[in-house]
Every structure is written in C-alpha cells, then in structure tokens.
Design a protein around this ligand. Structure first.
Ligand code: CO
Length: 216
C-alpha cells in the first residue's frame, strides 16, 4: 500500500505526464466540462470508475455511494442526475455495480447496522421484488451475484423514474440508461444489456412524469 505522503509526489508526476502529452491539458480542463457519461457506482475502493473505463478528466460525471443506490429521497443523487441530464446533457447514464459488493452482502444478512439500516433497506427492497427468483437459487455465491445484478437493474429503473430523465429522453432521444457490473475477479466490465425502451415504457405506465403540468 502506498504511504499517505506519496500522494502529493504522485500528483506532481501526474501533472508532468499530462503536460508532456498535451501542454494545454489543464488550461483546457479549466475552460469547462462536457462529459457524455454520468456514472453512478459503488464507493468501493477496488472499483475505480475512470481507471477501469479509460476515461480522462472531463469525460465522465461521477456519483458514488455504498452499493450504487439511487434512492428516492437522496438529495445528493437526485441533484447529480438533474445536473448531469439537464445542464450537462449527458448522452448516457450508467449504473455500475460490482460482484462481491459489501453493501449487497450486508443487506443479505439479518443484522442491525444502525444508520446503514435505511440505506441497505433499498437493497432489501430489491430482494423482496425478486424474492421468487433469488430464493430459487440454492448456491449462496450465485445468489449474491444475482442480487448485485438485480440491484443494478432496479437502480437503473429508479433513474428512469425521475422527471428529468423522462422529459429529456422524450424531447431529445437522450440519455440512454445502462446497467453494468464490474467483475472484481477478472477486471471485466459486463454490460447487463438492460432494455431501456422497454423499461421506460413499463415505468411510464405508473410513474409518468414526462408531461408538463398545464399552466393556467
Ligand atoms: Co460495493
């Protein structure tokens, strides 16, 4: 493990390497951002959003929390989604989970974790929605992996439930919502190929926020 005091040394080397390939790199960065991707992932230190996707500074707007949850009453996630979709006009919203996610594992265990209880309840809710499928998996490891995937799927649906996403998509055809899983064992990024149009259609049967209220 790197020592804490190496961080600023590393930063100096990084600045030098960026300037070596493009002397105006930081001047360009200071002029603004127009990322095409909003990435919502887990805070886990092993899942490094930019490094595993090869994205440079300025290319990806990032939000991370425990177990990549998009909770209805989380002002932070809601603000990130609103800003990314409405102001930055990202073309893609990605929810990225990962196998062996500690947050998902904690939600599978019967235990009181204090302030984490309401947060992990979001994942227990995912379990309840898919209980028949999950309970039919006898292998605990396979069940754990499947819950990671289903959690990604449900958090994608939570993104689709927002008014800003629905309105922008209906007006412009963007952004699309994607679900990914990072496989910690292999380093591979897996696209769950969530059928965005089908999910949107289904969601709008109940959570239709795409239309403006008639102004009097
Ligand atoms: Co995690």
């Amino acid at each position: 493990m790197k020592a804490y005091n190496e961080i600023f040394e590393n930063n100096k080397k990084w600045v030098a390497s960026k300037k070596a390939t493009n002397k105006d790199f930081f001047k360009h960065l200071s002029e603004g951002q127009s990322p095409e991707v909003l990435y919502i992932g887990c805070s886990d230190s092993r899942v490094s959003a930019e490094e595993m996707t090869g994205m440079d500074p300025g290319e990806m707007f990032v939000h991370r929390n425990i177990a990549n949850v998009v909770s209805n009453n989380d002002l932070s996630a809601a603000s990130v989604i609103e800003y990314a979709v409405d102001v930055l006009q990202v073309k893609h919203v990605v929810v990225c989970g990962h196998y062996y996610c500690g947050g998902v594992l904690a939600a599978m265990k019967p235990q009181d974790l204090g302030i984490l209880n309401p947060w992990l309840r979001n994942i227990r809710d995912v379990y309840r929605l898919h209980q028949a499928e999950l309970d039919s998996i006898s292998d605990e490891d396979a069940k754990y992996r499947r819950l990671v995937e289903l959690n990604v799927q449900e958090q994608c649906i939570n993104v689709i439930k927002t008014a800003v996403l629905q309105k922008h998509y209906l007006n412009t055809g963007f952004p699309n919502v994607h679900g990914w899983v990072f496989d910690i064992h292999t380093g591979e990024l897996i696209d769950l190929k969530i059928d965005f149009d089908d999910k949107l259609k289904h969601i709008q049967e109940i959570y239709d926020l795409g239309k403006e209220i008639n102004k009097k």
